[in-house]
Design a protein around this ligand. Structure first.
Ligand SMILES: [Zn+2]
Length: 160
């Protein structure tokens, strides 16, 4: 359910004034979208989207919401591993088909990679940059919650 307008479909996880909210597509524009919520189909709900549910159904049986976050120390992880492999920023950039400036910004912590870029780096560098957090864990585990808020920088908040 959307936390803002009570629409039954909450599809985005957004950050708004320091709070995390599950909202519908319409309300997502009020905050900064952190991730798309993967709402797995349950037999109860499936009648609504029966035609597209085949794939989702096969993937998992239980209903779960997972939040994908970039680990706070991504800059260090990327830099350390790149240096370990012995690649220059320029060479790494070429390997992952990005600009050198992108690698530079990532390693200096000035640019947080989106999930797609993080996955690419993870695959190439064999490091872990994306952490999947079950939303129930976020509520229960204060340590993880702390880590999550740490990843929201002042810059992110200003964008709101
Ligand atoms: Zn809404």
């Amino acid at each position: 359910m959307c936390d803002m307008c009570s629409s039954p479909e909450a599809v985005y996880r957004i950050e708004l004034e320091g709070s995390l909210l599950n909202v519908c597509e319409r309300c997502a524009s009020y905050g900064r979208v952190i991730s798309k919520i993967r709402v797995e189909e349950t037999p109860k709900k499936k009648s609504k989207k029966a035609d597209i549910s085949k794939e989702t159904q096969a993937k998992t049986e239980k209903e779960s919401e997972t939040l994908q976050i970039i680990v706070p120390n991504y800059a260090q992880l990327i830099k350390d591993k790149r240096e370990k492999i012995g690649l220059k920023q320029k060479e790494l950039a070429k390997k992952i088909a990005e600009k050198e400036s992108v690698v530079h910004k990532l390693e200096s912590g000035r640019m947080k990679p989106d999930i797609a870029l993080a996955r690419k780096l993870e695959k190439f560098l064999k490091i872990r940059l994306v952490e999947e957090v079950e939303l129930s864990d976020v509520n229960l585990n204060s340590e993880k919650k702390q880590g999550l808020t740490d990843t929201l920088t002042i810059g992110d908040l200003i964008k709101l």
